[in-house]
Design a protein around this ligand. Sequence first.
Ligand code: GTP
Ligand code: MG
Length: 441
Amino acid sequence: MTAPDYRDTIFALSSGPPPSGVAVIRISGPDVRFALETMTGAAPDARRAVLANICDRSGKIIDRGLIIYFPGPHSFTGEDCAEFQIHGGMAVISSMLAALSALPGLRSAEPGEFSRRAFDNGKMDLTAVEGLADLIAAETEAQRKMALEQSTGSLLEIYRRWRNELIRIRAMIEADFDFSDEEDVPGSVVQSIWTNVSALRDEIGRHLEDARAGEIIRSGYRVAIVGAPNAGKSSLLNALTKRDVAIVSDEAGTTRDVLEVRLDLNGYSVILFDTAGIREGAGAVEEEGIRRAKATAASADLVLELREPGAEKQLVDIEPDRHLLVASKSDLGNGGAAYGYDCEVSVRTDHGLDALINLLAVRVSSSTASTSPLLPNRQRHREYLQRCLYALDEALIYLETPLEMRAELLRNAGDMIGRLTGAIDTEDLLDVIFSEFCIGK
Ligand SMILES: Nc1nc2c(ncn2[C@@H]2O[C@H](COP(=O)(O)OP(=O)(O)OP(=O)(O)O)[C@@H](O)[C@H]2O)c(=O)[nH]1
Ligand SMILES: [Mg+2]
């Protein structure tokens, strides 16, 4: 997105793709009132739904629908806004959009432009903007809950408190410089300041520890299915997703590419990866598949290693807390849940599938468990929180550092929090964040 131009009035279809029962077209900017007067005869009372004929510039009726006018600053963007709720037919919508673009000063909105204006007008901070993007993208309950909290500004509240606390502490240190010539200022004031910094540091540290949980909720818990060729990996993927996604055959080495399928497990997003069977002496193409299988296993939150009856060798080297050993094809008898296996399954008889799903659910919920419903959930959050912690640690650890420099480190820590919320300039980031949005948001 190029630099925003607020002289323009923007419009977009904000509801889903046509046809639909109702479509919502939203407009925002200085010419909203003019557009309403031109197309409906008059701007309705603020925030009142009014039924009206909607006409183009020449006075021809396009549709009859509900109009709501939100004069700024009490609107989503902070500017004058309006919504047209019209019939969601293809022709109705395109004729409305054409009529709007024929008005002087009006143009189609770019992706995320409404939210960008809301941010620039102080209606939302960056974390709320991200929460809103996530809320629109949310597919599972856990994603919805986390995004809703964040979109209403709950993360902002915490970050703002931390930043204010750091500002307050710095002010106290600076006041202390001014008194430092005077003999009778008790050193204990300074001591109590550092106790506060240390407590704040621990609170931020605990919040950062939840980042992995937040990222898993937001992006999904990654489960790699690995094992020897023909172990039954693709069959298991199909069974767990109840879809015929992967090709199953008794030919060893059927799967080469990594296949990825999303699953909603008790409200959590889980991504299952089917991979090429791991073996020695494969051809070049299969070899590449095996390389990808190992890479997928290495970056997964959990590896399901499938072993057919009789197979012995451990094919992947994974830490125990990321590893489940599954005996496959239990209907063939001799496999069984022998010692050392976490569970046994048969895709043929469905035996053990529910138990495996329960095991997965336990792992997912322990990976997403946290002490707070407010979780950092993006790489961006993690980075700034980490940098804030570094600065606080330096300020706390090096006691012989001059007080001015320790105060400067606290300023630095506070700035990192400011960047998280967008209170401190992050121009380079804004385009990235807003481009995640669809048009009309
Ligand atoms: N008896 C029995 N056969 C199974 C079971 N699961 C899979 N099979 C059979 O085992 C063979 C291999 O299954 P796949 O799912 O293609 O195995 P894979 O691990 O994906 O194999 P590659 O992609 O070649 O690595 C097929 O003939 C399946 O029908 C099971 O639970 N019981
Ligand atoms: Mg396969």
